[in-house]
Design a protein around this ligand. Structure first.
Ligand SMILES: C[S@@+](CC[C@H](N)C(=O)[O-])C[C@H]1O[C@@H](n2cnc3c(N)ncnc32)[C@H](O)[C@@H]1O
Length: 300
């Protein structure tokens, strides 16, 4: 695992700036969020404390509140501007109901998934939709394991390395700088979860393809989402008109049925808080059955 991750402050600033327009373009995030919630419906749990990790503008927070009205919700995000939007959106969604004494108000915490501002063994469910891709999985899953109760559940989506491969390949025709963020492979994620001693791990990947009329619209959307290029080694300063024209032209190579595809490789995963003693060997290694790691690839 050697991905160079973007600096924390850049991630926070980038998402902070994006907060106001994020909902207009968060198509993929809504789809994966809905699928994650559908998967949650299949699990019978009664969580008392739920963290929406990387809550963004808070759409899933309200859906989680509807599903688990008795639970204490905790919204965590590295970007304080996102938290403000999440709080506002939740208030609006609750309407007058929020004044009822029985209605629990979520807590909003500015924090990093790699250093969660939460006590050990304190959370029954961590829901993280498309937020962990900005983190080192070894650190974030160790943190997740630390705060989860032993029978607590983490349910997440993250992005795999094939994400935006069309844009990556198009930029490779222009220069040697990284223009698309790097993402960890599903197997790296699995290894990190195993190292963190999470148990009952299930992982699979799915491909989502968004389509655009032109490459410029895709790049604008990435900026509005706050998910544009923030690699450490990225080229600094404004991208020249010539380079932009070149990448736009290179992207045309992918045009199909008059539209440009943008592929997202989404890794779905869940696991439970801690490993039962009988699954741990004397040398400290952990036995996870191969059958618990599956790979599903849907070709465009
Ligand atoms: C693509 S958005 C997803 C937001 C939301 N989960 C959704 O489904 O719409 C990613 C969110 O993760 C947050 N984020 C990124 N890195 C983070 C970190 N290290 N710790 C906590 N939040 C982080 C960003 O600020 C942003 O709000």
């Amino acid at each position: 695992m050697t991905n160079e991750l973007p600096q924390k402050q850049l991630v926070a600033d980038s998402f902070g700036r994006a907060a106001a327009h994020y909902d207009d373009v968060a198509i993929l995030q809504r789809q994966t969020g809905d699928e994650l919630l559908d998967r949650l419906d299949l699990v019978k749990i009664k969580p008392q404390r739920i963290v929406d990790l990387g809550v963004g503008t808070g759409r899933n927070l309200s859906l989680l509140a509807q599903r688990y009205p008795n639970a204490q919700l905790i919204a965590v995000d590295i970007a304080t501007e996102m938290l403000k939007h999440a709080r506002q959106a939740h208030r609006q969604q609750q309407g007058l109901k929020r004044w009822l004494p029985s209605t629990k108000k979520p807590l909003y915490l500015a924090g990093d998934a790699e250093q969660l501002p939460l006590a050990d063994n304190s959370v029954d469910l961590i829901f993280a939709n498309l937020a962990l891709q900005w983190c080192d999985p070894r650190i974030s899953f160790a943190e997740i394991q630390r705060v989860l109760t032993p029978d607590g559940l983490v349910m997440f989506t993250t992005l795999g390395p094939d994400t935006l491969h069309e844009l990556r390949k198009s930029w490779a025709k222009v220069d040697n700088y990284p223009h698309v963020n790097m993402f960890y492979d599903m197997h790296d994620v699995g290894e990190a979860m195993t190292e963190a001693r999470l148990t009952g791990m299930v992982l699979d990947t799915d491909r989502f393809i968004l389509t655009y009329n032109d490459a410029m619209s895709l790049m604008k959307d990435l900026k509005l989402l706050g998910a544009h290029n923030i690699n450490r080694d990225r080229r600094r300063g404004l991208t020249g008109k010539q380079a932009l024209a070149k990448v736009i032209s290179a992207y045309e190579h992918f045009r199909q049925n008059n539209l440009l595809p943008a592929t997202y490789e989404v890794v779905f995963g869940h696991a439970w808080g801690s490993i039962p003693a009988q699954q741990t060997s004397e040398d400290g290694s952990v036995k996870i059955p191969i059958s618990q790691i599956k790979r599903k690839v849907i070709q465009p």
